[in-house]
Design a protein around this ligand. Structure first.
Ligand code: SAH
Length: 213
């Protein structure tokens, strides 16, 4: 598990690319500049690690495009010590970004092969989520709620109500909503009953599937 000067150089360029694409949150850029994304991919593909593209990982899933990770994280407005729930652990890259920003992270994955792999891998890099759960993100994580932020990293055909219910007042749910193409949507909880909804353009994700596998 090496991180060479070449990797670091490529990462700097990736950060510059993300800036030109409009990412401004310094903590997000700093986290992406620090995390060895190539280690989250199978070793044959390290050349692709610092190109701003999504890439296949195990079990027909993808590691999200760096821009998408950056944009979603920026929209979540993570502060140090925030309690964050991630739906779709996947490779663990998005989780690493949140941990690098000092979030207290809870992350759920429904695909057992990926869950087992990433549960072993993340701590090896020094990234320690509060809990990694093998389960169905549609129902959230009731026993740890409420959260300052919830981030969904798969395309949701509809907004799961438990996720809205598990937000703190003032908290945000960042979720790509749609079937074939998804609209990045943010729900900001204003009170027990009020949510402000804002949309931030189209993205493409693998689907949020029901139940675990
Ligand atoms: N955050 C990941 C992105 C992985 S792609 C990363 O940085 O690599 C989306 C992930 O969501 C996949 O691993 C997929 O298995 C998972 N997923 C899909 N439906 C889910 C559900 N209902 N609950 C939890 N995870 C789910």
């Amino acid at each position: 598990m090496k991180d060479t000067f070449t990797h670091q150089g490529m990462r700097k360029k990736l950060v510059e690319t993300l800036k030109t694409k409009g990412i401004t949150d310094r903590n997000v850029l700093q986290a992406i500049g620090k995390i060895p994304r190539h280690l989250f991919m199978d070793s044959g593909f390290v050349d692709h690690a610092y190109v701003d593209k999504a890439f296949p990982i195990a079990a027909e899933q993808t590691i999200s495009q760096p821009y998408t990770v950056a944009r979603q994280t920026e929209l979540l407005e993570v502060k140090k010590g925030d309690k964050i729930l991630e739906i779709g652990t996947g490779s663990g890259y998005q989780a690493a970004v949140l941990l690098e920003m000092n979030a207290l992270l809870y992350t759920i994955e429904r695909q057992n092969e990926l869950f087992k792999k990433t549960r072993l891998f993340l701590p090896k890099l020094g990234y320690k989520p509060k809990r990694m759960i093998f389960g169905d993100g549609y129902i959230g994580l009731e026993d740890e709620a409420p959260f300052n932020g919830i981030i969904v990293t798969a395309g949701a055909p509809f907004v799961p109500q438990p996720l809205l219910a598990q937000l703190k007042i003032g908290g945000k749910l960042v979720i790509p909503v749609g079937e074939n193409v998804q609209v990045m949507t943010v729900f900001h909880r204003k009170s027990e009953t009020e949510f402000e909804k804002k949309e931030y353009g189209e993205f493409k994700f693998v689907p949020l599937l029901e139940d675990k596998n």
